[in-house]
Design a protein around this ligand. Structure first.
Ligand SMILES: [Zn+2]
Length: 472
């Protein structure tokens, strides 16, 4: 069977760039850098990922909203740090038709500044809280670094949840819920990840603290798939989001946000794929099962009918199934569906019908099984579950074998992936380590993890472990 031109195992970044187009996820020929066209297969995959996110939002009582794309400059300017953080990345609208606008508008880079002036009108009393909303929209950031499909783009497919609470403790409970959402969501995507509390100098602009959700790609670089932010009352003050408490006093709300993007697709492609193409987790694969008739002269109707019948049965079981009736060779069909990462392939030919069996082939292991027709449905279901488990196990192995805890700079220099150093909590020492590794400060583990070692840069007692990695 032919494989991709570039092998994942030899040049991951090139393989990635090739596969996103070969597998019909996107078209990079649009003339604005970082604004790619989503092709039907890629968009379908994204909608299944979004579907899982919407399910989680529903379960946790978040309500979906839609706020305008354009933000007036006066809204944007209210929170000092936020403007500093995003100032260099926003696109401005200065003209409408032939007129120069009196006040400039910007394309949302994220929606705090569009939503919060409106929240201040919506929230009156403690009975309006907590307010929990989300939207899945496109946001825009002027990216100057090298762009990469789904990983570094200028038009972002963005999920953002925003919540308002009576106090810090209730906002902290929200952060806890957000972490649980991440655990459930990424389990279904077979993507193990780590939470990192970002360092002070690299948190979200305006946040009190930021927790990132990072996955390790096979290149040894980390990819941030999402982030969770505690704002405290940092935005509520400038945007005057207040409520009347039970005692009649007016207080500022405490806020959190949760952001994720199509980087999740980037992680799915990178972590699970192989030299033959994508391997999609069954939960989000646009086609979970593809049935290929193996046609022999005179047996066409018999074989096609058997394929259609099985397809109908699987659809009734809510398995996304499709019969590939195209007049091309089975070999070409296998090549295409392997490239597109369909988890399970079924083959039915005249000999199989005589033996009352079907052939199933797993995309993840290539394993071929002959199974009796009468047990086809439960076996297919179980096999899809096994594929999910196998993808998750493989991905966990990749992550675990690439996290290294070290005590000296020399030790760290030798390692690839995520490197944990004892750290004294000063920016200078972290930057020194960044320079040495040519990487970034990823963040501290959020779980309690005592560190009784010394900072390898200054020799002072360490206060925590700090993770470093090269990142996308
Ligand atoms: Zn130090």
């Amino acid at each position: 069977m032919p494989e991709t031109k570039v092998k994942k195992t030899e040049d991951f970044n090139e393989w990635y760039n090739e596969i996103v187009e070969l597998a019909d996820l996107c078209d990079k020929r649009y003339p604005i850098k970082g604004m790619n066209v989503w092709r039907p297969y890629g968009w379908k995959l994204m909608t299944y990922v979004d579907g899982l996110i919407r399910e989680e939002m529903e379960k946790t009582n978040h309500q979906e909203v839609y706020f305008p794309l354009l933000i007036p400059e006066s809204f944007f300017k209210k929170e000092e740090e936020h403007i500093q953080g995003f100032g260099k990345e926003v696109y401005w609208i200065t003209h409408a038709g032939l007129n120069t606008l009196e006040e400039r508008w910007l394309l949302r880079p994220t929606s705090e500044t569009a939503m919060y002036p409106i929240f201040s009108l919506w929230i009156r009393s403690h009975t309006d809280l907590p307010l929990k909303i989300f939207q899945i929209v496109n946001t825009f950031r002027y990216e100057t670094k090298q762009t990469r499909a789904f990983i570094r783009v200028r038009e972002i497919h963005f999920f953002e949840a925003h919540t308002c609470h009576v106090d810090f403790e209730d906002a902290e409970r929200q952060i806890q819920e957000d972490k649980e959402i991440a655990e459930r969501l990424f389990k279904r995507l077979c993507l193990p990840f780590i939470f990192n509390r970002r360092p002070e100098w690299d948190k979200f602009a305006g946040a009190y603290y930021t927790i990132s959700i990072d996955v390790l790609m096979p290149s040894g670089r980390t990819l941030q798939m999402g982030s969770i932010h505690q704002y405290r009352d940092n935005f509520a003050k400038p945007y005057e989001i207040t409520y009347e408490a039970e005692d009649g006093k007016h207080k500022h709300c405490y806020q959190t946000t949760y952001g994720m993007s199509e980087r999740i697709l980037g992680a799915l492609i990178g972590v699970h794929g192989d030299n033959k193409g994508l391997i999609l987790p069954p939960e989000v694969a646009p086609n979970q099962v593809v049935i290929t008739p193996i046609i022999f002269k005179g047996k066409e109707t018999l074989v096609n009918d058997a394929c259609e019948k099985l397809c109908e049965q699987l659809k009734k079981e809510h398995l996304r199934t499709f019969v590939d009736m195209r007049e091309i060779t089975p070999g070409n069909k296998y090549y295409e569906w392997e490239l597109k990462g369909v988890p399970l392939r079924v083959e039915i030919g005249p000999k199989d019908l005589e033996k009352k069996q079907i052939v199933i082939v797993r995309r993840d292991t290539g394993e071929k099984l002959f199974i009796p027709v009468e047990s086809a449905i439960p076996t297919i279901r179980q096999t899809l579950e096994k594929i999910s488990q196998h993808l998750a196990t493989q991905a966990k192995k990749l992550l675990d074998s690439n996290i290294h805890r070290v005590h000296t700079l020399d030790e760290g220099k030798e390692k690839q992936g995520i490197i944990e150093f004892p750290w004294c909590r000063t920016k200078e020492c972290a930057l020194e380590i960044e320079n040495l590794l040519e990487g970034n400060t990823l963040g501290e583990p959020i779980e309690k993890d005592d560190c009784n070692a010394t900072c390898p840069v200054c020799g002072k007692p360490a206060q925590t472990w700090m993770r470093f990695a090269k990142s996308y």
